[in-house]
Design a protein around this ligand. Structure first.
Ligand code: DX5
Ligand code: ZN
Length: 213
């Protein structure tokens, strides 16, 4: 089962209400929300109050928060309070991500653990039992619109071969051309920034997911 998760980073922010309304019209119920701290990644993006504003306006929209930051543990409470339905932290940010994962779950959201392209998939193994979502980065995190790294797909196969039955999300350069490959490898949530919000026909992208779910 694959699910489209458009990434806010590529949306037209001056017309965000219109962008979210059309997403909902296309039957899409989850938005990927990138948080960058200009340290863990070389860019800045959105903070908690923006998450709250979206959640207040669209309480049924699932907000999938991707924390590309150092010390993400300091921001879990606020994102839980402000409506995140899932929160992903990076493996590279900790020795032991368990306290974060457990806190996110206890707060009622799905907990996610992500690896950058250069981080080995085996570093996830000790934590899989406590992880709802593994997010595989298929670009270096920090910017939208980059080229998909196909060699990262092996990480998805590795996780399934090791018995991981949770959600596998993929983020970076994902589009309808590589979606089939990702689905076959065992991915579930496909994050798409450029390929959805900047598509000529975003509705056709959403339809692809309905037809190939
Ligand atoms: C990159 C972000 C992605 C980004 C993906 O660091 O984590 O979520 O928005 O953008 P595209 O789909 O354009 O590669
Ligand atoms: Zn992301």
């Amino acid at each position: 089962m694959i699910k489209l998760t458009p990434s806010l980073l590529a949306a037209d922010l001056m017309n965000l209400g219109r962008e979210i309304n059309s997403m909902l019209d296309h039957g899409v119920d989850q938005l990927h929300f990138d948080v960058m701290d200009a340290h863990f990644v070389p860019n800045l993006s959105f903070g908690p109050s923006f998450c709250r504003a979206i959640h207040r306006q669209y309480p049924d929209l699932k907000i999938d928060v991707h924390l590309m930051m150092d010390n993400p543990e300091k921001y879990l409470d606020i994102f839980l309070q402000y409506g995140a339905s899932s929160i992903t932290v990076h493996r590279e940010a900790f020795e032991d991500p368990r306290p974060c994962l457990n806190k996110i779950r206890a707060g009622g959201a799905l907990c996610g653990l992500s690896v950058k392209p250069g981080t080995g998939e085996e570093t996830l193994l000790p934590f899989l039992d406590e992880t709802d979502v593994v997010l595989i980065m298929t670009v270096e995190p920090g910017f939208g619109g980059q080229k998909f790294m196909p060699e990262q797909v092996d990480k998805i196969r590795f996780l399934r071969a090791n018995g991981f039955q949770g959600i596998i999300a993929v983020d970076g350069g994902v589009n309808t051309d590589n979606a089939g490959l990702l689905k076959d490898a065992g991915a579930n949530w496909l994050v798409m920034g450029t390929a959805y919000f900047r598509a000529e026909d975003p509705e056709a992208v959403a339809r692809y997911f309905k037809e190939n779910a």
